[in-house]
Design a protein around this ligand. Structure first.
Ligand SMILES: Nc1nc2c(ncn2[C@@H]2O[C@H](COP(=O)(O)OP(=O)(O)OP(=O)(O)O)[C@@H](O)[C@H]2O)c(=O)[nH]1
Ligand SMILES: [Mg+2]
Length: 369
């Protein structure tokens, strides 16, 4: 995840590195020239002395060739780096400095699926953090890097410890419902989470409340068999709300701690399907409503999160297929747009490929630590 965004940010900051190298080389050249000039002068004065003693007319001092001339101020300007163009010596950062810094950064973020409102939020965080700050030219890269890292951390939302929350619910089983568009990774994520919970000493049950898609019930039953976790199912085309209700009932009777409800993939634009979703929620009274989205779909995933949130209210997101997403902007955008945490990242097809969402890890993946 973030491979592309990380490289772009590296390039953005790398410009100062490049400039450091250039400046050093320039300095070396200057010294070399100064030594050569000094040597020439010495030769000339000794020649002059010789000539004077011979009482002949001295030769005119030759003009330095173009390559020997000191670089003009204009040349210095065009050669200077992106950041050093903005900062001279020690500078107190102002809005216009921030605007120049943000212009290329905005392009990088846009190209990597960060949506506009999230970019605005990062920008305003950067402004809050940097305007009025006194920085030296030599420290500017570090200052901006740190501030960008803080700005992104402010946009990302980490969840509370889900395992603790489930364990702390004593009287009733903790109920989680999963929804999202077709093929986003709901069923696989439920199986991965069930496996994680079981490893943590929690006893889950899975509810096959996708009674619509062919083979969906068998798919969940296969996971249940492999993981040795019970699955509650009715027939195809039966009422999904009734399946969820029965699974909860089964959990209570068998003293299981957690119910994981799978639902059919639905387009958020279909109002009848969203109404059905509302009914399942009303009947199962979940503690947590998890929206499942594919990270690779970028701004589409962000748009879905917004619409699902408005329709049924989401408590958090699982972002799947992060293993095949090189951009990663959806993680930033979905957090910002919904104001709800990302619980997990799906990082592959195996049962262990469900990573806790940690801000520090994201910052590390972005190369911004
Ligand atoms: N690489 C990768 N593949 C994943 C991940 N999560 C799910 N998949 C794959 O995505 C495909 C769809 O996953 P499902 O879990 O069936 O998706 P769904 O949302 O339940 O699909 P519907 O029930 O048809 O709406 C499967 O081939 C999964 O193996 C992930 O994190 N990484
Ligand atoms: Mg499914």
């Amino acid at each position: 995840m973030f491979k592309n965004l990380k490289n772009k940010l590296k390039g953005f900051f790398g410009k100062t590195e490049e400039s450091k190298e250039k400046t050093e080389k320039k300095e070396e050249k200057k010294i070399e020239k100064a030594i050569k000039k000094e040597a020439k002068k010495k030769i000339k004065t000794s020649e002059k002395k010789e000539e004077k003693s011979k009482e002949t007319t001295p030769e005119p001092t030759p003009e330095p060739t173009e390559s020997e001339q000191e670089p003009s101020e204009e040349k210095e300007k065009t050669k200077s780096s992106f950041f050093s163009k903005i900062i001279k010596g020690t500078t107190t950062l102002k809005q216009e400095h921030l605007d120049s810094i943000f212009e290329p950064l905005e392009m990088i973020l846009l190209e990597n699926n960060v949506n506009l409102s999230t970019i605005d939020k990062i920008k305003s965080n950067l402004e809050k953090d940097l305007i009025g700050v006194e920085t030296k030219k030599a420290d500017i890269e570090k200052t901006i890097r740190k501030s960008l890292s803080n700005s992104i951390k402010e946009v990302l939302i980490e969840p509370l410890n889900l395992i603790e929350k489930i364990k702390n619910k004593k009287l009733e089983p903790y109920t989680i419902i999963f929804f999202g568009i077709n093929g986003s990774g709901k069923t696989t994520s439920i199986a991965k989470l069930a496996h994680k919970l079981k490893k943590a000493g929690i006893k889950p049950v899975m509810a096959a409340a996708d009674t619509f898609r062919a083979a969906s019930i068998e798919q969940l039953k296969i996971h249940g068999k492999k993981l040795d976790i019970p699955v509650i199912a009715h027939d195809y085309n039966s009422d999904p709300a009734a399946v969820a209700f029965d699974a909860k009932d089964y959990a209570k009777k068998h003293k299981l701690n957690c119910v994981l409800i799978d639902t059919a993939g639905r387009m958020y634009t279909k109002s009848n399907l969203m109404k059905e979703m509302e009914k399942i929620i009303r009947v199962s009274k979940p503690d947590l409503k998890i929206f499942v989205a594919e990270s690779i779909t970028g701004n589409d995933a962000t748009e879905q999160a917004k619409t699902f949130n408005e329709a049924v209210g989401i408590d958090g997101t699982i972002l799947t297929k992060a293993d095949v997403d090189e951009k990663g902007g959806a993680a930033l955008s979905i957090s910002q747009v919904t104001g709800k945490p990302i619980y997990f990242l799906g990082t592959g097809q195996g049962y262990n490929n469900l990573e806790d969402f940690k801000k520090d890890k994201i910052i590390k993946n972005l190369g911004l630590e």
